[in-house]
Design a protein around this ligand. Structure first.
Ligand code: GUN
Length: 301
């Protein structure tokens, strides 16, 4: 039996919502083509052969095809030098046929992620990782929003989750999820106006914070860290964690676990994202939306 069985009415289903939003994007692309415009074009650079990254990038490429985007996948070997990668980034920066591109993370240890992020032209930075986009987002200016937090915001919006005045607790302060999530939920926007607490490895008594949360966003990478006895009745739970656990009974050889113990937490939650099928698919839709915006020069002229 699926682990979500019995909780269908509480699910924040990224799988369902992303399908709907992809159809909406496809309609917009069809209109562009009818108007004689070019197809939006996303490129991705994948360095090395990490299994999870490979899966994610292939999925992004497939989603592009589904909505009618062009896509280009640039593969580089794990031993490629930082200079080589920077050269490829420069080529994509200058390639006028490419609207936006991403460099899939994590990168091999010998490559400086900050240097790579900053080498991407911020006008093509559809991952929203460049300091210019992060700075603009923080000030409420038009910017490419990082895909995962953007996907979560869209999910809360479409499911009509009230955020204004709520106590929101974010677990994890990464540059790509926790920190931008905290910024977005505290902004003065329809999805926003939360009182945000950002917890991290030095937080004292993290459980006391979790227990106060009306909205809990968990992005730690610690499988089933949040247990049923830690959360308040009625909490809205967004689980960003996705860890591969070896499982010989599965065809793939692994199963996926979130940072939240679903079976224990779902009975107390008013709404909850499953893993898989929650935040993950929304992340890809956000990337498509950013690419569509890039092709229409919506953020930068
Ligand atoms: N690795 C994990 N999440 C992401 C993401 O959103 N973008 C990129 N480029 N790499 C990732």
């Amino acid at each position: 039996m699926a682990k979500t069985a019995g909780f269908e009415d509480k699910l924040l289903s990224g799988r369902k919502l992303s399908k709907l939003m992809k159809e909406e994007i496809k309609v917009m692309v069809d209109q562009l083509i009818e108007d004689g415009k070019d197809r939006p074009h996303l490129a991705a650079i994948l360095v090395g052969d990490d299994g999870a990254s490979e899966t994610y990038v292939n999925h992004k490429v497939k989603m592009c095809a589904d909505v009618g985007f062009e896509s280009t996948l640039v593969r580089l070997p794990a031993e490629c030098s930082e200079a080589e990668l920077l050269e490829r980034i420069d080529e994509l920066n200058r390639d006028e046929t490419v609207d936006g591109f991403i460099v899939q993370l994590p990168l091999p240890k010998h490559i400086d992620v900050e240097k790579v992020t900053q080498a991407i032209d911020h006008r093509k930075d559809v991952d929203g990782f460049h300091p210019v986009n992060i700075g603009r987002m923080t000030q409420g200016m038009p910017a490419y929003l990082p895909a995962t937090p953007f996907g979560i915001v869209q999910m809360l919006d479409r499911y009509n989750v009230e955020t204004s005045g709520k106590e929101c607790v974010v677990l994890g302060r990464s540059n790509i999820v926790g920190t931008p999530m905290a910024v977005l939920l505290s902004r003065s926007r329809k999805v926003g106006n939360c009182t945000v607490t950002l917890c991290h490895s030095r937080t004292k008594d993290v459980e006391a914070h979790i227990r106060r949360a009306d909205i809990l966003v968990v992005a730690l990478g610690l499988p089933e860290f949040v247990r049923g006895d830690m959360v308040k009745e009625g909490v809205v739970v967004v689980d960003v964690g996705i860890t591969r656990i070896k499982d010989p009974s599965k065809k793939s050889g692994f199963r996926l676990l979130g940072d939240v113990h679903f079976q224990e937490v779902a009975p107390k939650a008013s709404m909850i994202t499953p893993v898989p099928g929650g935040v993950g698919p929304m992340t890809v839709v956000s990337l498509l939306m950013n690419t569509l915006k890039a092709s229409q020069k919506e953020i930068y002229q």
